[in-house]
Design a binder for this molecule. Structure first.
Ligand SMILES: Cc1cc2nc3c(=O)[nH]c(=O)nc-3n(C[C@H](O)[C@H](O)[C@H](O)COP(=O)(O)O)c2cc1C
Length: 137
């Protein structure tokens, strides 16, 4: 699939089958997420893959109870890495690491399409709650 086709086919999917995703597909998606541009190539973003039903339920609660988060076979939590972006000072922390993360999210969405999968960007969630859930993960 070429890039124009993937962009045209992408849309937010909020309903999922219970089919499991292979680790090969997940690895490929993350590989391409890492290839997104990043400020100074510092890669100030990390990816947490969640497939545990209880953690997905907690993440759903932290995201205003958006139920489809639990239904999705995996949640990819894209985290801005504030330490890695520190060479850029305040602009790095307030802007670049968020932009690095957003660029990676778009790659993830397009790779999902390329693999015949659906996905949805979830931005409506409580960061503090999500952090508390994932710190024990
Ligand atoms: C920053 C951002 C945050 C978003 N947060 C949510 C969200 O929390 N829940 C949701 O269902 N969709 C969310 N979306 C998806 C948008 O609703 C969706 O992209 C938009 O309505 C356009 O539809 P499309 O993706 O099907 O083209 C978000 C998208 C972006 C870019």
């Amino acid at each position: 699939m070429d890039v124009k086709e993937a962009i045209q086919k992408r849309y937010s999917v909020r309903s999922f089958s219970d089919k499991k995703l292979s680790s090969d597909i997940i690895s490929e998606i993350i590989k391409y997420a890492h290839l997104a541009p990043s400020a100074g190539n510092l890669q100030a973003r990390d990816f947490i893959i969640v497939d545990d039903i209880e953690i997905k339920k907690e993440l759903s609660r932290a995201a205003l109870n958006q139920e489809f988060i639990v239904e999705a076979p995996i949640n990819i939590v894209v985290c801005a890495n504030l330490n890695r972006i520190s060479p850029y000072g305040g602009r790095g922390k307030e802007l670049y690491c968020i932009q690095d993360s957003a660029a990676a999210v778009e790659h993830i969405l397009l790779l999902a399409v390329d693999n015949g999968l659906g996905a949805c960007w979830v931005g409506a969630f409580n960061e503090n709650e999500a952090s508390k859930i994932l710190i024990f993960f």
